[in-house]
Design a protein around this ligand. Structure first.
Ligand code: ATP
Ligand SMILES: Nc1ccn([C@H]2C[C@H](O)[C@@H](COP(=O)(O)O)O2)c(=O)n1
Length: 220
């Protein structure tokens, strides 16, 4: 019997991919892979290197030589680069504002995509994977493919609520609107590809979004 259950979730920044994917993985006892955390960890390594953004070849070599270790427990996901835990550091606004430089280098995308596929296989394809190009490039053959969207105003409001007093309005808007614009030059996460189910979370609670994704799982 093939009991694989690969769930792919894409969407723009702040649409609720991580919260939803973790909730779905917990509910269905699956592993969880946050592909954005790897791009962010690569950005940490690059920013520490001091290489100028224009040095794409050298940055690509740096990322190719880096070792990424992703913890796939949905209740406590982690990410380390070259043996250093950067789980908290990757959420720094300075990383968020620069990560698209890494994510828009195609040679880097090819390297990490291969690593994502290895992680999926290492979990016998019982995993929820989220990002921008999971339904289209990393795992277009997933059992469930979802594009999770929400209005930009809702996404900005949610992120500001999350950050509370720490929220810098301009930075939040930049991390959502400008980052999506840059990231969408290399991935298609604004409209669903063929066979991908669109879920709009603008007026749904997190539990309702998790229910909507779980309802898409084929009954065997
Ligand atoms: N359906 C929902 N209703 C209200 N708030 C939500 C909902 N889904 C997620 N949130 C909240 O919105 C914020 C962004 O969610 P989350 O980090 O899961 O988004 P994301 O798509 O993974 O973001 P990013 O692409 O920036 O990593 C969080 O504060 C989260 O708690
Ligand atoms: N599959 C993916 C995952 C992420 N990215 C880019 C987009 C973001 O700028 C950055 C960090 O992602 P986040 O943690 O905010 O989801 O990585 C991508 O291009 N493809």
């Amino acid at each position: 019997m093939n009991d694989s259950l690969l769930i792919a979730i894409d969407g723009p920044s702040g649409s609720g991919k991580s919260s939803t994917s973790r909730g779905v993985a917990e509910r269905l006892h699956l592993a969880y892979l946050d592909t954005g955390s790897v791009y962010r960890a690569a950005a940490v390594a690059w920013l520490e290197s001091g290489l100028p953004a224009s040095e794409t070849q050298a940055i690509t070599e740096l990322v190719a030589e880096s070792v990424f270790e992703v913890g796939t427990d949905p209740t406590a996901p982690t990410i380390a680069v070259n043996g250093r835990d950067v789980t908290d550091e990757i959420r720094d606004p300075g990383v968020a504002s620069q990560v698209s430089t890494i994510a828009t280098i195609q040679a880097i995308r090819d390297i990490v995509t291969e690593q994502f596929r290895q992680t999926i296989d290492a979990h016998d394809r019982r995993i929820v994977v989220e990002g921008r190009d999971i339904t289209t490039v990393v795992a277009p053959d997933a059992d469930v493919r979802v594009l999770l969207v929400a209005d930009p105003t809702a996404r900005i409001a949610r992120r500001q609520a999350e950050l509370g007093a720490r929220a810098d309005s301009d930075a939040v808007v930049d991390q959502i609107v400008r980052r999506d614009r840059d990231d969408s030059t290399v991935s298609q996460f604004e409209t669903p590809a063929e066979g991908v189910t669109l879920v709009d979370s603008t007026h749904l609670s997190l539990d309702e979004v998790i229910d909507a994704v779980v309802a898409l799982v084929p009954q065997r």
